[in-house]
Ligand binder design. Structure first.
Ligand SMILES: NC(=O)c1ccc[n+]([C@@H]2O[C@H](COP(=O)([O-])OP(=O)(O)OC[C@H]3O[C@@H](n4cnc5c(N)ncnc54)[C@H](OP(=O)(O)O)[C@@H]3O)[C@@H](O)[C@H]2O)c1
Length: 339
């Protein structure tokens, strides 16, 4: 049966699909292989199963991902076998492992009509994978971290998602993408139509400039400034790090303007007058540099060549003043959670 969730095929960028506009129909009777059972693979597999979809997991033998999937009740197969039996293959591998896995374990084993899905645009946008023209390839990128996606889906909720399909995919791929997004819980609040490249560039820029780069360095710099000036580390931690959650919760619910009206007058005046001195034109210029490195492929090349350095860099950070101060405070504030 044909499903038509969009008014036009391909839907123009900027189209928003409401959850009520999609059904699981395009996945009915199909088998989905989730390849890779890390953070996002696990979230996809668990949410698909909760939605009643037939799921198997493809994983490397004897390693952590496959063992966890088995202990959580999934049929776990070697990647090539999982791919060979699937109608939809969801590639949930590290972005840096996609090219090799595609060549060896995925492309040679795909059924002629199988669709291939991704949760992030990197592999397609930066040519890690070049599917043959006519192959259905879609992006269903949840705007969430994996564990949160599981938690929200279990509570009957979800997150927004970004949807895309490659230029040479058959038009019906859009409906598979939408049904998939509905099944994993990333259509709540809308499925926003985009492209692999736009999702990839904006996602990586957001991670680097704000979420996982800029904000963390801002916190470290602010913490160090107070401690170096003789203020207590606990005080510095509470003011510069712990309270960030209260502010981001307000931001999430009420936006920037709504946030300003819900904080003290002192905080609003201080923030509005001092914030632009911290994030000044020089910072904005460096943000443009970081964006250009992503756009022209320099970041992709560096990531593929240097990603083995990540663990060492994280260990260096974990030995720094802010991370060391966080340990005992977090044990007190969130007992049992660990750092
Ligand atoms: N993490 C998130 O919250 C998040 C959010 C949005 C999008 N994404 C996207 O989701 C995708 C998956 O990311 P992730 O964070 O879930 O990665 P991850 O946590 O690092 O998990 C990757 C999984 O792939 C397995 N693996 C690695 N190399 C493999 C290979 N050659 N063959 C088969 N299995 C292999 C690993 O298992 P073993 O080592 O145990 O075999 C692991 O289970 C990426 O495209 C990422 O950009 C992730």
């Amino acid at each position: 049966m044909e499903h038509r969730f969009f008014a036009a095929y391909p839907p123009p960028p900027g189209t928003v699909l409401e959850p009520s506009g999609a059904t699981l129909g395009p996945l009915t009777g199909l088998r989905v292989a989730v390849v890779g059972y890390g953070t996002m693979g696990r979230a996809n597999a668990l949410n698909l199963r909760r939605s009643g979809i037939d799921v198997v997991v493809g994983a490397r033998e004897g390693l952590k991902g496959g063992q966890r999937a088995q202990s959580e009740g999934f049929t776990v197969l070697p990647v090539a076998a999982a791919v060979a039996g699937a109608d939809v293959v969801m590639l949930m591998l590290p972005d840096t492992a996609m090219a090799a896995a595609w060549e060896r374990d995925v492309a040679p084993h795909l059924k002629p009509d199988a669709a291939v899905g991704f949760a992030h645009g990197f592999a397609i946008a930066f040519d890690q994978i070049r599917p043959e023209p006519g192959r259905s390839c879609f992006l269903a990128a949840p705007k969430s971290q994996g564990d949160l996606l599981i938690e929200l889906h279990a509570a009957g909720r979800g997150v927004p998602g970004l949807l895309a399909v490659t230029d040479t995919s058959p038009p019906a791929t859009w409906d598979v993408a939408a049904a998939y997004a509905l099944a994993v819980g990333c259509l709540e609040g809308g499925g926003f139509v985009t492209t692999f490249r736009e999702e990839c560039v904006s996602d990586q820029f957001g991670e680097q400039a704000v979420l996982c780069g800029g904000v963390i360095e801002l916190l470290k710099a602010a913490y160090d400034t107070l401690v170096d000036a003789g203020y207590g580390p606990e005080n510095a931690y509470f003011e510069c790090v712990h309270e960030l959650k209260l502010i981001t919760d307000l931001l999430h619910r009420h936006g920037v303007a709504g946030l300003r009206g819900r904080i003290s007058g002192t905080a609003a005046y201080g923030g509005l007058t001092r914030g632009p001195r911290i994030i000044d034109d020089a910072v904005r210029a460096r943000m443009r540099d970081v964006l250009a490195e992503i756009e022209d492929g320099r970041f992709a090349r560096e990531l593929l060549a240097e990603h083995d350095k990540t663990a060492g860099l994280a260990a260096e950070e974990a030995a720094g003043p802010l991370a060391r101060a966080a340990g005992p405070l977090l044990a007190r504030l969130n007992p049992g959670e660990g750092t």
